[in-house]
Design a protein around this ligand. Structure first.
Ligand SMILES: Nc1nc2c(c(=O)[nH]1)N[C@H]1C(S)=C(S)[C@@H](COP(=O)(O)OP(=O)(O)OC[C@H]3O[C@@H](n4cnc5c(N)ncnc54)[C@H](O)[C@@H]3O)O[C@H]1N2
Ligand code: MOO
Length: 387
């Protein structure tokens, strides 16, 4: 008889198992890419600056390069006249001088200039190395490259950067009801593939989306087998719970091993972690919201940890608008919108159903309620991970 029950693995245990199989089965190669094509990639080694930027002290204004000391005590009523100066344009070296008087603040008198105030050394100057010093760390191994990391790399002398090649991942939806456009009763639009590709492409994974497979054990098993040689990780979507037509766990066991079926998280409980021919095969729940959180909080969190990656995700602190209750025994992800009221961030809890994408559309982020917490009081400060 089919077993309809699940035991749920604790979330941290499930993440540890995921991390272990990722380390065992996946290795990240590296490649050199142009700085211009490096957005959204993880750096594969520490990059130290080759250059100093600016390479010399340069003018920050168009004007006269001077020695600041010669202007000390100059005022409107007792100006100073200076003979030793050089006309410089913004960005030009001020070698031999230490300050710049903008054209509009001085009067030229033949080969001399008259100054009406004192200037300090370094005034209107971009000093040598003020932005980047030679040999300083520009980006660290594992850093997710942001726009300004890349600007910094180029300023520090790099035109190419060594990054990780992220795994090739397959997304295999299951269910004969899934179509691109609904034409008859019983059909539903397949949209989880958009969530999947967006979240993983954001971090540079090479994503391939396949057409839905029907709920047939033989067909599903065949399809997984066919994909194995070409991909590093296979994600099967839906069919993860224990309905009569939920076959993902059976297909994985037929080919390899199911290590986890059921995690104490909400939403996302029916998640499957498996291994076939030394490749991770992961069963994601069919509900879009569940799939989203499993990808973020189980798969990606474990992946980043396994390979020492820093995705630079952002979170903000907010005040919880209303008391929030949660089931003890599961780690719950609660979607919230953030509103700024009287200069303070207030987190408003949105609908909690796992099948409603409208609540994700409205959400700015989510709160994680730990396994052993059943209540967060109104007014408590919560960390909101931004979506
Ligand atoms: N008797 C039980 N039923 C359910 C349980 C349970 O413990 N016992 N768990 C529920 C929970 S929690 C979740 S989450 C879902 C997980 O469902 P499955 O992974 O088995 O997925 P399906 O039942 O096949 O699909 C659920 C729902 O999502 C739609 N779907 C599936 N794939 C896509 C896609 N690619 N794009 C858009 N929509 C998709 C599918 O049509 C279904 O409507 O199970 C509960 N049931
Ligand atoms: O685990 Mo389901 O994902 O709660 O809705």
């Amino acid at each position: 008889m089919k077993d309809y029950h699940f035991s749920a693995t604790l979330p941290q245990d499930a993440r540890d198992i995921m991390e272990k199989i990722l380390k065992e089965c996946v290795s990240l190669k590296t490649e050199m890419v142009s700085i211009y094509n490096s957005q959204g990639r993880f750096v594969a080694k520490d990059h130290l600056s080759i250059n100093t930027s600016p390479p010399a002290s340069v003018a920050a204004m168009d004007g006269y390069a001077i020695e600041a000391e010669q202007t000390f005590d100059a005022t409107d009523t007792s100006p100073k006249t200076i003979e030793n100066f050089k006309v410089v344009q913004t960005g030009e070296s001020i070698q031999g001088f230490n300050a710049v008087v903008p054209f509009e603040e001085a009067q030229i008198e033949g080969r001399r200039i008259r100054i009406f105030q004192s200037y300090y050394p370094g005034q209107n100057v971009r000093s040598k190395g003020e932005d980047v010093q030679k040999d300083q760390i520009l980006v660290r191994k594992g850093d997710f490259l942001t726009l300004f990391d890349r600007v910094y790399l180029k300023a520090g002398g790099y035109l190419e950067v060594e990054v990780y090649r992220m795994p090739k991942v397959a997304f295999l939806p299951t269910g004969e009801e899934l179509v691109d456009i609904v034409e008859k009763e019983g059909q539903l639009v397949e949209f989880n593939s958009i969530i999947f590709s967006d979240i993983l492409q954001r971090y540079g994974f090479e994503v391939s989306i396949f057409k839905p497979v029907e709920n047939n054990l033989e067909k599903l098993t065949e399809k997984i087998k066919e994909l194995l040689p070409s991909f590093d990780i296979i994600f099967v979507n839906a069919g993860s719970s224990k309905g009569d037509r939920d076959l993902t766990a059976d297909a994985i066991s037929a080919l390899g091993q199911v290590l986890v079926h059921g995690i104490a998280i909400k939403p996302g409980k029916p998640t499957i972690i498996g291994k076939v021919e030394n490749k991770p095969v992961i069963g994601l729940p069919g509900f879009p919201v569940s799939m989203f959180f499993v990808l973020k909080e189980v798969f990606l969190r474990s992946f980043f940890k396994a390979f020492g990656l820093n995705p630079k995700e952002k979170s903000v602190f907010a005040i919880l608008e209303r008391r929030l209750s949660s089931d003890i025994g599961s780690e719950e992800y609660v979607r919230v919108s953030i509103e700024n009221t009287d200069g303070r961030n207030v987190a408003k809890v949105l609908k909690r159903g796992a099948s409603v994408i409208s609540s994700l559309k409205r959400a700015d982020g989510y709160i994680t309620v730990p396994v052993n917490v059943d209540m967060l009081e109104a007014g408590s400060i919560v960390e909101v991970k931004l979506i």
